[in-house]
Design a protein around this ligand. Structure first.
Ligand code: P6P
Length: 337
């Protein structure tokens, strides 16, 4: 009897992956399931944000000095809650919190992983209905069991990530995650409340037509960055173009599009912000891991993002990320004297 090929849910997929590793404990599958659950809860609120009093500012300012939207706080509490009450996570770092949080309870101190996350990136777009997202990064703790150590367990370079992913709350809600075995995308089916495998084994096209950058900062960029952007605008059919400038000010949406269709996303350093705006631990590192597994590249303009040794939770980094051939062309500009 042939079994019809069913569309796998996120849980079924992670368990299928687990079965290929007899020694695996299932903690990573459980962690991804927990994150998926929190994402579904956040999705409900994001989808009705215009209808209930969850829109607008919460009246507080976060550690970044940014107005905190009520959904930011709600999302942070949802992800932190499932991670703290699951079996897999010993502690977290969140864009919304001043410092790392060690859960320090009996179960958590025996857990294998720590998680960095931005609970709701692009939240400035909530009130105007532009796609927003959650970004997460998973590390195996270095210390043996017991209370994790910030320096040893939380401040690991991105090349030590075990998994990374994002949720995009857009025209549909997608959960995309990478392990070293590949990048897979799951679309939420509201009729059954499950993320279902819709984009298996995602590969980033080696080249594309999209370049994403905030042109408003153009004259604050390094001269070689300006030369590259100028080159993007001059592309013709004969030189691999024409390119299209697409930048919607929501990193998850911009990088997701370029991952799927090919393209390059840039948030360079500026004269006002030499380190750029984006954070290393919960924005640049997870996307750099995902893009590299999918065949793309990610640098800070000088070195591979994943090789940067972090020193603090909210440190920023310039970010250039996307299709390998477009990144190679960018690097040829950046290496000019
Ligand atoms: P700018 C959103 O606030 C965010 O952190 C990213 O999602 C987005 O790519 C970037 O900032 C946009 O920043 O300075 O271009 O508005």
């Amino acid at each position: 009897m042939t079994v019809n090929r069913r569309i796998l849910t996120l849980d079924e997929f992670t368990l299928q992956q687990l079965r290929q590793f007899p020694t695996a404990t299932g903690e990573l599958s459980s962690l991804l399931r927990d994150i998926g659950l929190a994402a579904k809860r956040v999705n409900v609120e994001v989808n009705k944000a215009g209808l209930v009093d969850i829109l607008g500012d919460a009246g507080t300012i976060n550690v970044q000095g940014e107005d905190v939207k009520k959904l930011d706080i709600y999302a942070n509490n949802q992800f932190m809650g499932v991670l703290q009450h699951g079996i897999s996570c010993a502690g977290i770092g969140s864009e919304e919190l001043d410092d790392f949080v060690v859960f320090d309870d009996e179960v958590s101190n025996q857990s294998k992983y720590v998680v960095m996350f931005d609970p709701l990136d692009g939240s400035g777009n909530i009130d105007v209905n532009v796609s927003i997202g959650t970004i997460f990064s998973v590390y195996r703790r270095v210390s043996e069991r017991g209370k994790p150590c910030v320096k040893e367990d939380f401040l690991q370079p991105g090349n030590r990530q075990v998994a990374a992913g994002y949720v995009i709350y857009g025209s549909s809600t997608m959960f995309v995650y990478a392990t070293r075995r590949g990048v897979n995308g799951f679309t939420l089916d509201p009729s059954i409340g499950e993320f279902c495998l819709s984009h298996p084994d995602i590969k980033c096209p080696p080249s594309g037509k999209f370049y994403s950058v905030n042109h408003g900062n153009f004259f604050q960029y390094d001269i070689n960055v300006r030369k590259y952007i100028d080159g993007c605008q001059r592309k013709t059919k004969e030189t691999g173009g024409p390119y299209t400038q697409r930048y919607i000010g929501s990193m998850v949406a911009d990088v997701h599009r370029n991952l799927i269709k090919g393209g390059i996303f840039m948030y360079p350093g500026t004269t006002d912000k030499p380190k750029g705006k984006l954070r290393l631990l919960y924005e640049a590192n997870p996307f750099a891991f995902i893009l590299e597994v999918a065949g793309g590249k990610a640098t800070n303009g000088k070195e591979r993002i994943l090789d940067i040794q972090p020193t603090e939770l909210h440190q920023r980094t310039p970010l250039f990320i996307g299709s390998s051939e477009m990144m190679a062309e960018l690097e040829s500009y950046l290496n000019q004297e």
